[in-house]
Design a protein around this ligand. Structure first.
Ligand SMILES: *[C@@H]1O[C@H](CO)[C@@H](O)[C@H](O)[C@H]1NC(C)=O
Ligand SMILES: *[C@@H]1O[C@H](CO)[C@@H](O)[C@H](O)[C@H]1NC(C)=O
Ligand SMILES: *[C@@H]1O[C@H](CO)[C@@H](O)[C@H](O)[C@H]1NC(C)=O
Ligand SMILES: *[C@@H]1O[C@H](CO)[C@@H](O)[C@H](O)[C@H]1NC(C)=O
Ligand SMILES: *[C@@H]1O[C@H](CO)[C@@H](O)[C@H](O)[C@H]1NC(C)=O
Ligand SMILES: *[C@@H]1O[C@H](CO)[C@@H](O)[C@H](O)[C@H]1NC(C)=O
Ligand SMILES: *[C@@H]1O[C@H](CO)[C@@H](O)[C@H](O)[C@H]1NC(C)=O
Ligand SMILES: *[C@@H]1O[C@H](CO)[C@@H](O)[C@H](O)[C@H]1NC(C)=O
Ligand SMILES: *[C@@H]1O[C@H](CO)[C@@H](O)[C@H](O)[C@H]1NC(C)=O
Ligand SMILES: [Cu+2]
Length: 616
């Protein structure tokens, strides 16, 4: 009898899995997120912010996205942290990054994101994965509720953190990826947002316990969170339940999530409290005088009590270090890897004078057609890395293999790396070695501490931390491991979106022949590709007559010829700016958008270097 009830109960639970249908039309909406500057944001169905999505574990999502952003503006949606398991339908083509697992949805077109969340719970988010478009507001939380959460609370609050720019992401990108920005200085945000506004208030009632789900949805800066006179207990990170760990200071990089339990005061405290939200100032190349680095938000027990003052924290280094956190499910270290992939991170200028980002020598350059199209139309050739081109850092992984990725940072920037389709174990994570960006670029190599396998910094953890986005510290290293148990095409990239624009990305082609058995390109997938002018078959260069023909494959610009270094471009830049004051120079060097050919640029550079005696 008992068994019968159990079977019935299990069946009931199974059949309770719900399908959530969403019909969203993306379009521009006037808004004033920080209460300082009006701008257009990307809303859904005429409303910004776009809605948070709440589902239960096991549910299906059918999200129809229609693009009404205007001619020439493509879009797409990524569900950050979800595995997109192709055992449950055509899920890889719902992952979102354009030219990786789908074509951009062009103006007027509609694309269906159809997937389930069979075995994940916790805090995720969804965002445009087309250029830096999510910075224009196309982002919100995606929460998966689970009755079996290993902690208890009375209420939950979903709190997005973001950076806000006055300008449109396309304008920022154009100015950023320009030879007039030869050092690759990232655009500086004008403000930081707390749940899409500023000066926000969270209402607390005495005795209650709250689950605060923080999500950094920003394009760029990491943020710190501290709450006055209330302890935070971390219970979940990136959808992984962890052993409760109490802290006063959270550090949350772009893409990362941290959920904390906060116990309200037992009795009416007779006052309200401040929540400090602070920018990671080390990530900024310059700090404009009028930039407010720290913002105050509030916990209110009673709106009649006065607003508390801002406070400071002694040291950002006291923020919880995720390396030492432990998942509740003790999952053992994947203690031997089958394949090791090493990515050396560098920033440098190419022949067009623009500053790019590289894994080893390669700055990710989008192929002619999405990598998923290549995989699913190539038959047995699908497991041959050559068909994916040499422009995207493609790595073909065999099913079941344990993969170790070593990231060495030959750059003074902080890079939160995110892997699609997986969580990973963090098996090594160094601190930062240099935080000041004044160190000359040509000396970055000498101050970097790369991973030394025969001499790891710390003992390998028995039960390592698991998450989907990890910070690679300035001139340091990170080592992660995962099992290739999710057939698909998965992007691996820095979540500082400016760095993605510079090419800091790679693609894992995981168990391609099994994916071919499970997944077909839907009619809808082919349709939006056709509308966008992309063919639906072929290698990275779009050829299917000869799968090894890479004619017309988009590739990164040529390197600077020997002898032309960054300082040459800086000299060029400075002299062009000085030139602005003289008409002659303007017409001579031209600040217009038409880019002269490499040869022209070099000869101008040469003369500038000679004039300034910089060419030793
Ligand atoms: C959403 O759009 C799809 C496709 O156009 C349509 O079949 C469905 O009825 C719509 N659902 C709702 C709730 O409007
Ligand atoms: C937040 O407060 C600042 C002043 O500190 C003000 O300039 C801004 O408009 C406020 N923003 C909102 C959304 O309330
Ligand atoms: C979504 O995918 C499931 C599983 O493949 C399928 O049964 C369902 O019909 C799909 N929904 C739509 C609207 O195509
Ligand atoms: C944050 O904003 C979302 C809507 O964008 C809302 O659903 C949520 O309740 C807000 N969180 C808090 C704590 O007010
Ligand atoms: C911002 O906060 C940090 C940490 O609390 C503090 O060291 C710094 O002085 C603050 N800056 C300003 C301008 O208040
Ligand atoms: C809490 O996290 C810190 C690292 O920030 C770690 O040293 C400590 O062992 C953790 N405590 C528990 C109980 O997990
Ligand atoms: C990287 O570039 C250097 C010089 O341009 C070249 O010698 C080296 O072989 C390249 N390495 C790879 C992995 O392509
Ligand atoms: C790695 O560490 C070992 C052991 O200390 C040392 O002998 C070796 O030189 C190191 N390798 C590098 C490349 O630094
Ligand atoms: C995908 O789903 C299958 C079938 O339930 C399961 O065996 C497999 O572990 C899942 N893979 C991932 C990465 O969740
Ligand atoms: Cu980065």
């Amino acid at each position: 009898m008992n068994l019968l009830w159990l079977i019935l109960a299990v069946k009931l639970e199974f059949s309770l899995a719900k399908t959530h249908q969403f019909n969203f039309t993306a379009g521009w909406v006037n808004a004033n997120p920080d209460g300082v500057t009006e701008r257009q944001m990307i809303g859904f169905n005429g409303v910004w912010p776009i809605p948070d999505i709440h589902v239960n574990k096991g549910d299906r999502v059918e999200l129809y996205l229609t693009n009404k952003l205007g001619e020439g503006i493509g879009t797409s949606l990524h569900f950050h942290g979800l595995f997109m398991n192709s055992s449950y339908g055509n899920a890889n083509q719902a992952d979102g990054p354009e030219m990786v697992t789908q074509c951009p949805i062009m103006n007027g077109d509609m694309y269906l994101y159809n997937f389930t969340v069979p075995n994940q719970a916790g805090t995720y988010w969804y965002h445009a994965h087309s250029g830096s478009q999510y910075g224009d507001g196309m982002r919100a939380a995606f929460i998966i509720h689970d009755e079996d959460e290993p902690f208890e609370y009375d209420d939950e609050m979903v709190i997005s953190l973001a950076d806000l720019y006055v300008d449109h992401s396309y304008d920022l990108t154009r100015k950023f990826l320009s030879r007039f920005n030869p050092t690759g200085a990232e655009p500086i945000p004008s403000n930081i947002l707390f749940n899409n506004t500023m000066n926000a208030t969270l209402n607390f009632e005495p005795e209650k316990t709250y689950l605060l789900r923080f999500i950094n949805m920003g394009l760029f800066v990491s943020q710190f969170i501290a709450i006055e006179d209330h302890e935070m207990t971390i219970v979940e990170i990136d959808g992984v339940f962890i052993k409760p760990n109490s802290t006063d200071l959270l550090s949350i990089a772009s893409g990362q999530r941290i959920s904390v339990l906060v116990k309200a005061k037992k009795e009416d405290p007779g006052r309200n409290f401040a929540i400090m939200q602070m920018m990671d100032v080390n990530m900024l190349d310059v700090v404009p005088e009028d930039l407010v680095l720290n913002r105050t938000n509030y916990i209110s027990y009673n709106e009649d009590y006065s607003k508390p003052k801002a406070f400071t924290v002694p040291d950002f280094k006291s923020a919880t270090n995720d390396f030492y956190l432990r998942p509740i499910d003790e999952i053992e270290l994947l203690d031997k890897y089958d394949v090791q992939i090493q990515f050396d991170v560098r920033m440098d200028n190419l022949g067009d004078g623009v500053n790019y980002a590289f894994f080893n020598n390669i700055s990710y350059t989008s192929p002619k057609i999405p990598t998923l199209t290549t995989l699913l139309t190539s038959g047995e050739l699908g497991s041959n890395p050559l068909i994916y081109g040499d422009n995207i850092n493609a790595h073909v992984l065999k099913g079941g293999e344990i993969i170790e990725v070593v990231l060495n940072n030959y750059d003074p920037g902080r890079h939160p790396f995110h892997l699609h389709g997986h969580n990973f174990q963090i098996v090594q994570k160094s601190g930062a070695y240099r935080e000041d960006k004044d160190y000359p670029p040509e000396e970055q190599d000498s101050i970097t501490i790369p991973y030394n396998e025969s001499f790891p910094l710390m003992p390998m953890p028995d039960y390592p931390m698991i998450r989907d986005t990890v910070v690679l510290e300035p001139n340091g290293h990170v080592v992660i491991r995962f099992r290739a148990d999710n057939p698909g095409v998965w992007l691996f990239h820095c979540h500082v979106n400016w760095h993605v624009e510079q090419g800091l990305a790679a693609v894992f082609i995981e168990d391609p022949l099994v994916l071919q058995e499970r997944e077909q390109l839907s009619d809808n997938y082919r349709q939006i590709c056709s509308h966008g002018g992309f063919i639906n078959e072929g290698n990275a260069a779009g050829h299917s007559d000869d799968w090894f023909n890479m004619d017309d494959l988009p590739r990164q610009k040529n390197s600077l010829p020997d002898g032309f270094q960054l300082k040459g471009y800086i000299a060029f830049f400075i002299s062009t700016v000085i030139g602005l004051f003289g008409l002659y120079t303007i017409t001579q060097y031209g600040l217009q958008d038409s880019i002269p050919n490499d040869q022209e640029v070099y000869s101008r550079l040469k003369s500038i270097l000679e004039e300034n005696n910089l060419n030793e």
